[in-house]
Design a protein around this ligand. Structure first.
Ligand code: ZN
Length: 125
């Protein structure tokens, strides 16, 4: 069995490839994950609710890369409160949709990087 690092696992997932074999794309459509890798049968969508970990990642991306910079611009006086709220609110509606796929891929990579024994355990079946 090929040994891979945790970093490789995350990068493969972020690139949309199976974290174990790199042979399959993770999504069967724009927003739906495949349930299993078609090559090595690694579970990609394990059960209902399994990929909910992508939600805090999506939230963190939105806060760190959108809301926080806007808050800083407001605090140093570049943006008014109304402009800040309108731009932040608009971004909070659009950015989670725009980063949905990335969040799912990142969550998958982190999951298998933190629990690499599941890659091996599933591989041996
Ligand atoms: Zn695979």
């Amino acid at each position: 069995m090929q040994e891979i690092s945790r970093t490789t696992t995350i990068f493969r997932a972020i690139q949309g490839q199976c974290p174990r074999c790199e042979q399959t794309t993770l999504f069967k459509s724009k927003y739906l994950l495949n349930t299993h890798c078609s090559h090595c049968h690694l579970p990609i969508e394990k059960e209902d609710g399994w990929s909910l970990g992508a939600i805090p990642l999506n939230y963190a991306i939105t806060c760190v890369f959108w809301v926080l910079p806007l808050a800083v611009l407001f605090l140093i006086g570049i943006l008014s409160i109304s402009t800040t709220l309108i731009v932040a609110g608009s971004g909070c509606l659009v950015i989670p949709i725009a980063t949905y796929r990335f969040s799912k891929k990142l969550w998958l990579g982190i999951y298998y990087a933190v629990l690499p024994h599941e890659l091996e355990f599933i591989y041996k079946k």
